[in-house]
Design a binder for this molecule. Sequence first.
Ligand code: SF4
Ligand code: SF4
Length: 409
Amino acid sequence: MNREHLRSLFTAKSAKVDTNRGEAYYAKLYDQCKARLEQLKKIEPLRKISIKEILEDEGVSRRDFLKWVSATTAMLMLPSSFAPLVAEAAELMNRIPVIWIELQDCAGNSEAFIRSDGPKVDEIILEIISLEFQETLMAAAGHQAEAQLDDAMEHFKGKYLLFVEGAIPVGPGREWCTIGASGETFEEHLKRVANDAAAIVAVGTCATFGGVPAAAPNPTGAVGVMDVVNDKPIINIPACPANPANMVGVILHYVLTGQIPELDSLLRPKFAFGYRIHDNCERRAHFDAGEFVEEWGDEGAKNNFCLYKMGCKGPMTFNNCSIVRYNESVNWPIGSGHGCIGCSEPGFWDKYAYERPMADANIKMAPNGGVEKSVDQFGLGLLTAAGVGIAIHAAASAIAGKKSEGDKE
Ligand code: SF4
Ligand code: SF4
């Protein structure tokens, strides 16, 4: 892979994040969003539940809510003038019906958004969405649950957002993964429920790229949603688990604009997956200075040096966890001393989940500890490493043949 080829990968349209589209664009978008919210206000809420009351019950102050609104507006890459609209959209989340199905999974993404000692605003917002069907959370089981799903699909035909968690087995033996008394396979089930959805949100790396079930030797032939459904808008929110902030971001964007957000070539929203972990990592200064952890527990580890030599795949991984973090923004893997294993990239379990640097990444230490003298070496090394990640984008995109721009409702 030569340097020119890598440069072209970096400058591909799908790899660019345009954070400033100019005044005229935002003025038009503002009017569109306002009209959309007015339209939603006329719709009877699907759940008689007020965000104000829940925030009060959970002890979240108005100030904290407004702080969340500003942060979410920025996360969605909108100017601050959109903040009042984002606040309104949060209050209107109970107008959008959501059906959530689980396939070959561990329910880790469901857990990610319901497990919280003192829920922060993201979790509260997810509580007020109109969740019409969610096997892990609902009381109904068996025939009752099946009837509930059928009712929801019929009642909200063409309007519901379908969240899918888990991979789809399509190889020999896929008939071992079935749902319900009729023995419907996961693939048949997904296709049936997807048929009348307005859009599909694949949450977690299993639903997006096959994830752990697809790891070699992939005994069930596990694949992601985009390999099975090809006639619906699909938004991928990978990671293991997907970050609740990104799930909220996608639903909010849909409520606010009526459209799915702008996507990269792997159908991931650019607002969350437009940058690499490495771009915003708190240990980046140590990487640039050539200061690495060389073995677990050494002086470098005690001083929070860069984890690249311990196998960190942050330079190849596109995700926003270095900014948003996990567990109510308390910490994230690199913050707690372990390198990134690239969980939001296709094939991560086989490609990235080991404690060694990428063999062909060619990132060298600065000869004298400073980045100034070796910026080219670092540049080339980094380009090579990141190029691997971007090449995966490009290859997967070519295979999937998916479009990179946001689709309309
Ligand atoms: S290699 Fe990993 S630990 Fe080091 S700066 Fe990059 S993302 Fe952070
Ligand atoms: S740091 Fe890397 S492995 Fe960890 S959650 Fe983020 S993308 Fe996944």
